[in-house]
Design a protein around this ligand. Structure first.
Ligand code: GUN
Ligand code: ZN
Length: 443
């Protein structure tokens, strides 16, 4: 491939967060807004980023510049918790977590024994991520190894950085969805060898949650993590009060829910725990001490009636956090809609979530939660060129509101409160255009 073909140059208004921070109040100073900017990507990575005037000298001869004069370009959104097999069951009526799993989720996941079905839904899922400006996600598959193959194969078509894994589940679930301690170990091991570090794919050891794994299975998961310290661990924690009581019954010898995972060697810098709505004080301390991360999933927590996640506490306790959509308990693939609900969840607790803090969690902070902030999350040269081009006014109402915006922060906040997939103009993955919204009249 000639360097001209491998080079992408994009001009427009750019907004990102330059550095990770320890406190929310520090984010403001890290906001970088380039009114007329240029980003040059080569072989998937950002080679140059800055203002258009000085950037033109860095453009290789013959490179076409794609200009987005009216849009806002941000780093690709990062979804730190989502289930691809649950795409088709969004909006299932009436239940809280444990009943919802038995009534809706397990029957849906059974279908993924069929590789052709898994492939069909994986394709749809990846397309839906791109349509929402999401360029990286940490993804639950099902218990079936073929569901993992289907997802990584779909991601590879766009060279998209996904982290995913086969679910481990050997009790308290229908027989057709159960593996065993041994098969969970050997199947996961094979999948790690096949996929982890292949292209941009990364693997996560994925016990569903403590109630659906025997102590033997969690021990095997811990053994795998010890053998492959570079892979991720992805599970659920303290989402629902009945779930927490059940874990205490099933694991009476452990001090609490998180202690179960800690005991089996499943906490650490590459461990991501979805929800954490009802953590005890010592569990917050354990999250901090082990460097584990939280996926905050507001649309899911509201939809299943799980509770209100205290985002402010992540700053107090110095625990990494990103936003998750948690499809299909979550109700939208959109990080913008996720931010809307995150804001309201903080309001209900008397706390504020600013637009810049929300942008941080959806991009660089999410990357940090996934231990990928060296590679993703902003426009620093050397990082991977994943970004979303946002339309600020795809509807008449948004047009009116944006025309009254009082500066950048207000415009961004209004975008976040009103936005959804209609606001995603284009999505670039690894320097290449991966999605462009059909323009009006072109459908
Ligand atoms: N806890 C265990 N499994 C699940 C799941 O599929 N979704 C959610 N939201 N919580 C879970
Ligand atoms: Zn989940």
């Amino acid at each position: 491939m000639s360097s001209v073909v491998a080079t992408t140059a994009v001009r427009g208004r750019f907004l990102d967060i330059q550095n990770t921070v320890a406190q929310a109040r520090e984010i403001h100073d890290q906001v970088r807004y380039v009114e007329d900017g240029l980003l040059i990507a080569e072989h998937g990575k950002i080679r140059w980023f800055g203002d258009w005037q000085s950037g033109q000298a860095h453009l290789p001869d013959g490179v076409q510049v794609k200009h987005y004069p009216g849009q806002l370009i941000v780093p690709g959104f990062i979804d730190t918790h989502i289930h691809f097999p649950q795409t088709e069951m969004i909006g299932a009526y009436g239940e809280q977590l444990l009943e919802w799993l038995n009534t809706y989720t397990f029957p849906t996941e059974m279908q993924f024994a069929d590789p052709a079905y898994a492939q069909k839904i994986a394709q749809f899922f990846v397309q839906e991520l791109l349509k929402n400006g999401t360029t990286t996600a940490l993804v639950f598959c099902t218990v079936h190894p073929q569901s993992v193959d289907a997802l990584f194969e779909a991601a590879e078509q766009h060279q998209m950085r996904l982290i995913a894994g086969k679910v481990l589940m050997d009790r308290n679930a229908p027989e057709g969805l159960c593996d065993s301690a041994d098969s969970a170990y050997s199947d996961s091991r094979q999948l790690i060898e096949k996929w982890h570090g292949k292209g941009r794919n990364l693997y996560a050891i994925t016990p569903r949650f403590a109630p659906t794994s025997t102590p033997e299975q969690l021990a095997r998961a811990g053994q795998l993590k010890a053998e492959y310290p570079d892979v991720y661990v992805h599970t659920h924690l303290s989402e629902n009060k009945n779930e927490i009581a059940w874990v205490k019954e099933l694991f009476p010898e452990q001090q609490g829910y998180l202690d179960v995972y800690r005991h089996y060697g499943l906490t650490g810098a590459k461990s991501v725990f979805a929800h954490c709505v009802h953590l005890e004080e010592d569990e917050w301390d354990c999250m901090h001490e082990t460097g584990s991360a939280i996926a905050f999933c507001p649309t899911s927590n509201l939809f299943l009636g799980s509770g209100l996640f205290p985002l402010k506490k992540t700053w107090e306790k110095q625990v990494k956090v990103g936003f998750g959509t948690d499809i299909g308990a979550g109700t939208s693939f959109s990080q913008l809609q996720t931010i809307q609900e995150a804001y309201k969840v903080q309001q209900l607790q008397g706390d504020k979530l600013s637009a810049f803090e929300a942008l941080y969690h959806a991009t660089l902070g999410g990357a940090k939660a996934l231990d990928l902030d060296g590679k993703l999350g902003n426009f620093n040269p050397g990082k991977e060129a994943d970004f979303a081009v946002l339309d600020l006014q795809p509807t008449a109402l948004q047009q009116l509101r944006q025309s009254r915006a009082k500066g950048l922060e207000d415009a961004l906040f209004a975008l976040m409160m009103m936005g959804d997939d209609r606001n995603i103009h284009s999505t670039y993955v690894y320097g290449q255009l991966a999605y462009a919204k059909p323009q009006a009249g072109a459908q």
